[in-house]
Design a protein around this ligand. Structure first.
Ligand SMILES: [Fe+2]
Length: 342
């Protein structure tokens, strides 16, 4: 078996490959690590047959949709997954065949209604049902402590004690555990009485995960994250260094229109000398009257250098083929103590 565990912050994802056939499955991939997964596949000569999410993640961005599209690979989730892009929906006991490997789904709801674990040979991928020294929380959308109790005590903890546990999260740098160790040492599993377990889970009072709304919005719909939108725009435009722009200011060059796309108050408070003002919200509306020469070189700038990237990409789409974005925004420009006009 070829086995790679890829940690991204506290998120754990897994690439599991069959030695003989080079078929592989990716479990709980994270959006920012796509290049890493593809690199590992190339390094091991693996061909991904399935991309599986153990559940709808509420705290990070799943790469399944993007990888599914890029590799033409089916996305596997539990049949209760709300996502419209899950191609292969599993029931309890359904098995995935990956070359000579067999991964069997074990329906383990509670953290979410669509949580499943994947059991393979000597190990189980528990998603967020069972963590090392903990369990998934049950207070997020579709969570249910009753279901989690049953998933743990009636299913996962009945696996052989030597079964290796690979969770979807670990925030302390640990790679895995075993069912036996968890039964003995996991503080939450010491509450074997259903009522006590329920009371403990309901009393946890955890802070909402960061990116909750964005993670649920994108993971449940296949929509894009803001970072994805920005990186797609960044791939379509070149950038200009701030120091280069500063150099140009003294040169009397008329071959550059500096377009400040911030709101009026920000523009009035200080902008690059000679910049013209066209707020992002009015760009498409006023572009024909404000930018009459589509062959001119246009440099977009904003406060942080992100919205200006979107604006430059829009301008290129509109036919302003020489639009570029300032690398960094006016905040960095001010911090560099470059000239300002008010
Ligand atoms: Fe989760």
């Amino acid at each position: 078996m070829i086995f790679e565990q890829i940690a991204t912050g506290g998120c754990q994802s897994y690439l599991v490959g069959c030695e003989a056939t080079r078929a592989a499955v990716l479990i709980d991939p994270e959006l920012s690590r796509i290049d890493r997964y593809l690199g590992l596949c190339a390094q091991h000569g693996l061909s991904v047959k399935y991309v599986a999410d153990t559940h709808t993640h509420a705290d990070h961005f799943s790469a399944s949709h993007e990888l599914g599209k890029a590799l033409g690979t089916p996305i596997v989730m539990h049949r209760f997954a709300p996502s419209p892009y899950a191609d292969l929906r599993l029931d309890d006991g359904d098995m995935l065949v990956v070359g000579e490997l067999r991964l069997k789904s074990l329906y383990t709801p509670g953290h979410t209604r669509d949580s499943m674990s994947l059991v393979m040979e000597d190990r189980v991928f528990t998603g967020d049902a069972l963590l090392i020294g903990g369990t998934g929380r049950t207070d997020l959308p579709s969570g249910d402590p009753h279901q989690l109790y049953e998933s743990l005590f009636d299913k996962l903890l009945k696996l052989p004690p030597q079964t290796l546990v690979f969770p979807a999260h670990d925030y302390k740098g640990r790679s895995h555990s075993t069912i036996g160790i968890e039964i003995a040492e996991n503080p939450r599993l010491q509450k074997t009485d259903r009522v006590e377990f329920m009371a403990m889970m309901l009393a946890l009072d955890l802070a909402a995960p960061t990116h909750l709304t964005e993670a649920l919005r994108t993971n449940m719909s296949g929509g894009k994250t803001v970072a994805q939108l920005l990186s797609e725009a960044a791939a379509k435009v070149p950038f200009m260094a701030q120091a280069d722009l500063k150099e140009r200011l003294g040169s009397n060059s008329r071959d550059l229109v500096i377009l400040d796309i911030r709101e009026k108050e920000a523009f009035d408070a200080g902008h690059v000398p000679g910049a013209i003002h066209l707020p992002r919200g009015q760009l498409e509306l006023r572009v024909n009257s404000e930018l009459t020469d589509p062959t001119v070189r246009i440099l977009t700038c904003c406060e942080f250098g992100k919205i200006s990237t979107l604006a430059a990409a829009t301008l290129r789409e509109l036919g302003y083929g020489r639009a570029v974005a300032l690398d960094g925004g006016m905040k960095a420009w001010r911090e560099a103590r470059y000239p300002l006009e008010t």
